[in-house]
Design a protein around this ligand. Sequence first.
Ligand code: NAD
Length: 249
Amino acid sequence: MTVPDPLPGWLTAAGRVTVLTGAGISTDSGIPDFRGPRGVWTRDPEAEKLSTLRYYVADPDVRRRAWRERRRHAAWTAEPNPGHAALVDLEREGRLRALLTQNIDGLHQRAGSDPGRVLELHGTVHEVECLSCADRTAMQEALARVDAGEPDPPCLRCGGILKSATISFGQALDTAVLEAAATAAADCDVFLAVGTSLTVHPAAGLTDVAAHSGARVVVVNAEPTPYDGIADLVVREPISTALPRLLGR
Ligand code: NAD
């Protein structure tokens, strides 16, 4: 449950590591997770509605609240932490097969991970998308409209409902991104799941894909996950100190 010393040989020798990150890697950057002990939904179960498409589409109050929450989202000022940096080092060593993230905060790219190798399974909060015409624009432009007095700014092209370009409950993942993620999960010697409760599918199921393909599975998460039983190594220490050590920094 703590980072083993010495590290297992199969980990230090791994040349193709596929990493799946979740909200837990960004809590040390000041962005709360959803389901951890101090998570947004743990403290306020009603907040889950803001991430559920049918409530968002049906209820202007939900949208107005969602825009207020976006306005003060921690992602605008958060800085990457040593956990993100350890994954940049892994990539520079040529050992990263792919970086799959459920996070929408863009901190992997800010830390220096190659944007072309980061697969954002749940989209990004840095853009907005029209639910009618799929037009994409910058989040900061939409937030400027909120500041200027539009509590629920409509699409400037077609008048449709705008939402952050993230995957809400009830929305399908991008098929191409999911397929690329599954390929990377099936093609690695170590699958490292970091800071995710591994309860949101299909992202969590990538762990099964990796395990069935013969990869060693490492889970780094403060709380138990449904995949601990099949993991070759489970680490419960805080990510920003555990991950650099696990990756030999
Ligand atoms: P989750 O909230 O379900 O689980 C996060 C897990 O991380 C928890 O089990 C918690 O115990 C653990 N954790 C938190 N901080 C930790 C730390 N410092 N060290 C070790 N463990 C720590 O997150 P999820 O599985 O990613 O699923 C939530 C969904 O919400 C995802 O779809 C994600 O896109 C989204 N989300 C993203 C962000 C972000 O982009 N930073 C933030 C909140 C939610």
